[in-house]
Ligand binder design. Sequence first.
Ligand code: AMP
Length: 410
Amino acid sequence: MAFSGFDLHPDLLKGIDEMGFEKPTPIQKEAVPEALKGRDILGSAQTGSGKTVAFALPALHRILSGNRESGARVLVLTPTRELAAQIEDTFKQCCQFTKLRCLLVIGGESMGRQISEMHSTKGLDVVIATPGRLLDHLRNTRGFDLKGVETVVLDEADRMLDMGFLPDVSRILERLPRNHQTLMFSATIPPEIENLVSRFLKDPLRIEIDPPRKPAEGVIQKIYPVTQVQKYGLLHALLDRAEVRSSLVFTSTKKRADIVAGSLRTKDIPAAVIHSDLSQSKRKESLESFRDQKVEILVATDIAARGLDIRHVSHVFNFDVPLYAEDYLHRIGRTARAFTVGDAITLMGPDERPPMESIERYLKMTIERCALDGFDYDVPPRLSASKKSSASSRFRLPRRSSRRGKKGFF
Ligand code: AMP
């Protein structure tokens, strides 16, 4: 089927056409017609599935087909500033042939500028926000409210839970008019999210696309066993190979991201870094320089693991094995975007064997162990996956829902 099969406002169809999309992705096929009927949706779909367009189209259609009133009619809540900026970009493209206006309300940027945009005489139709800053405005900015909101989108709800945003999200939802439609997307549905669903969604249609246990087909995964000390040298050597172009290097903590980027720079390998301790302007600058290919390497915490859509990433390196299989999937999903291929390479220290084997069990696959020819290993790497080591059989993946609950982890 084509997009023209949806009962969408012609200006939105023109926008989609201009974006070059020929046919809807599976989540769009399932969600758009039901959302157009006004139904609440609970979608579990991976990033990269096209879910942003799946919620943007019905939300924008509803504004265009209603009476033009003042005040925001669509509210999108998302966990990170980078995702918010990416969503804003998609909304703007979808509504490029309309007069609708979108406003980004995120932390780290001037409140004053956001306030003047809120009060602009040109009006305001869509607010795309991270929860903390939005709540600041709702409490402190005179004349700004969400009384006109008709559609609310909760994007990456489970990530908002992980980052400790759920209380803020609930406070925001409590301030909305009763009769709004809610479109919620969450890769996993832990009990806290189920609770949010039962409090705020009305008989939602549940849509599950691609259970998130499967990496994209084009991702070639490899594990390089190495001691923790030699990880830096091995990363330099791997990055030095000709086929390695744009690379994302994930670390488990912000401090480690800084150390890894610093170690690359001492080897004259320019690297940008992104994590939540950096100012918003620095985060933006790092992301843009990587997106524009001014630097080939971006060292990141899991803040960049979800949703970021950068086509030219040829390699993802896990400098540390992530503790959660879902994080592993999100990280490696940053390469092989849009049906291309890419490499996902994990540097596995001896202490990281149990969590890595847990991830393999979760994915139901054994990932090839490799050694880099010519690299001077202090300890010869073990290249076979243990069938059942006592350590790994004891290791259990922690439950995501019980983790963190603290802002600024990334
Ligand atoms: P998302 O899951 O929203 O992050 O979307 C991932 C990528 O898919 C983005 O680069 C979108 O521009 C792209 N995309 C969304 N819908 C379509 C479509 N119908 N056909 C082709 N690409 C799409």
